[in-house]
Design a protein around this ligand. Structure first.
Ligand code: GLU
Length: 364
């Protein structure tokens, strides 16, 4: 099977950002072991930004906050990081290849298929792709910002059998261990729901950017893609082999959903960035949730954002909770004039559906 394994900044660099070669060698040894056991493996690594900072002397109170300096630092760090990966894989007789991805590579469907083609070819050639976000030039507004989401998208893109998110805790815990010493590991999650998302809370460490919230979000995407996720400690010996073998207690396992979404709906639901939000009334919300129908202008009560026809938007209920996502057939300004109007009252030539059911993904 294809295993996508992601490791975070705080696991591969020290407090100043210097690359922890031993940590990367350990990660790579685990990946090489999976390959030797017959699996295809893909690494997703963070650490480019952090690794660039000490080289530039930008540590301690000189640490920059502005996006441009951080992006510039990634250009310095990424090459160094990749050098360590290449050497570590070579020690196992394995060739690695760098792939840097940006959100648009997933948001434009032709580009998405192209990225998939390249990654598949690398695997056929026996190469281990080592993926990071293209931090140096990614548009700051639409950057992924965290590699958990990127890893989830890659697992979905490749139809992976397993996504492993390595972190500096044992997995998802019942509480924040810094606040509650009795916090214990949640070993299995059948379905990611709002309660779990609330438990996972906010962002992570000072140097990494993900935290548990982004891991839970990535696992949710993987679950809808039919991919099992294991969230586990990067420092646990044999963690990757145990995650593949399904050893109990290896970390938190998030089970895949039985009915996985078709590829195009997954792409709409998780890969395309939303350009706005369409708020609907309760009747429309229930119809969309229960009956696999299209969203009509009559059910729309408000439109946030400016977007053109064919853009992806989130669909929220009367209380603002987002429950679906879809591609709109009308742009935001036209939609504002159509909101609340019944089909019979629509001006001639305007589309009858705001979001056609084939372009709608309901994610309760
Ligand atoms: N892509 C960023 C880097 O390599 C890190 C993103 C993250 O923290 O997940 O530095």
């Amino acid at each position: 099977m294809i295993v996508v394994a992601k490791i975070g900044t705080s696991s591969v660099t020290d407090d100043d950002g210097w690359i922890d070669e031993g940590a990367i060698e350990g990660f790579v040894a685990g990946l090489a072991g999976l390959r030797a056991a017959g699996h295809d493996v893909v690494a997703v690594t963070s650490g480019a930004v952090a690794a660039g900072l000490p080289v530039l002397g930008l540590v301690g109170d000189r640490r920059p906050r502005d996006a441009q300096t951080l992006q510039a630092a990634s250009a310095v760090g990424q090459g160094r990081l990749m050098g360590v990966y290449d050497r570590a894989f070579a020690a196992h007789g394995v060739i690695s290849g760098q792939v840097l991805l940006a959100p648009l590579d997933f948001g434009v469907r032709s580009q998405y298929l192209h990225a998939r083609g390249t990654l598949r070819r690398l695997l056929e050639l026996g190469v281990v792709p080592v993926i990071n976000e293209n931090d140096a030039i990614a548009d700051d507004e639409i950057r992924f910002g965290d590699n958990d989401r990127l890893a989830g998208l890659v697992a979905h893109l490749l139809d992976a059998g397993l996504l492993v998110l390595l972190t500096d805790t044992a997995g998802i815990l019942t509480a924040d261990p810094r606040l509650d010493p009795s916090a214990s590991l949640i070993e299995e999650i059948v379905q990611v729901d709002h309660a779990l998302e609330a438990l996972a809370g906010g962002a992570g460490t000072a140097r990494g950017s993900g935290g548990m919230a982004s891991k839970v979000a990535a696992a949710k995407m993987a679950a809808w893609s039919g991919v099992r996720t294991v969230i586990a400690s990067s420092s646990r010996p044999g963690v990757l082999a145990d995650a593949v073998a399904g050893v109990p207690g290896v970390g938190t396992v998030v089970l895949p959903r039985e009915a996985k979404l078709p590829a195009r709906k997954l792409w709409i639901g998780f890969a395309v960035p939303a350009a706005g939000t369409v708020r609907v009334d309760d009747g429309a919300r229930r119809a969309l949730l229960e009956r696999n129908v299209s969203l009509l202008p009559a059910g729309v009560v408000a439109v946030d954002g400016s977007f053109e026809a064919d853009a992806a938007v989130e669909v929220a209920g009367p209380d603002g909770t987002v429950f679906a996502k879809g591609l709109v057939r009308v742009g935001a300004s036209l939609l504002r004039t159509l909101a609340g109007r019944r089909t019979a009252d629509l001006p001639e030539g305007t589309p009858h559906e705001v979001v056609h059911r084939d372009d709608l993904v309901v994610l309760p």
